[in-house]
Design a protein around this ligand. Structure first.
Ligand code: SF4
Length: 141
């Protein structure tokens, strides 16, 4: 089973209240090949919500709050679901502090990217679950 970021499946759960729909991902969900999850919503964060970035081991929102606890809680719940369904691969939204894979924003809210992992992506990789971004779908399927 493949886990996908819910926003890629058309769910309007991003910080700005919008989705980031990818037709291939939506088709995978419709065919029962993939399960959509949004760790941030599982962490009881609201829609919409302030954008957030990783900074010095914490996750900070752009209005200055430390939201690390909510983000970690949601990622842990999502990881538990991924393990429950026997997930071996995931397609996650790039650049997100939660779902990003390989590159994330640098914590300055200036649009700059650095090498790094979203916290959910990192947890999946630590469990030997392969993570792909929406730009790498062909390598996943
Ligand atoms: Fe999409 Fe992941 Fe952000 Fe949820 S946490 S909106 S699934 S990128």
């Amino acid at each position: 089973m493949i886990i996908v970021s819910a926003c890629l499946a058309g769910v309007e759960c991003r910080y700005n209240g919008q989705a980031f729909p990818i037709s291939t991902v939506i088709e995978m969900v419709k065919k029962g090949q993939a399960i959509p999850l949004c760790p941030e919503i599982l962490g009881n964060l609201s829609i919409p919500r302030p954008s957030a970035e990783q900074c010095d081991g914490k996750i900070l929102s752009n209005d200055g709050h430390d939201v690390t606890s909510e983000y970690v809680t949601g990622a842990k719940i999502a990881l538990g679901i991924a393990q429950l369904v026997g997930c071996k691969k995931a397609i996650l939204k790039s650049k997100s502090p939660t779902c990003g894979c390989g590159m994330i924003y640098d914590g300055t809210f200036s649009g700059k990217m650095i090498a790094g992992e979203g916290i959910f992506s990192k947890m999946l990789k630590e469990e030997n679950i392969k993570v792909y971004t929406e730009n790498e779908i062909q390598q996943c399927i």
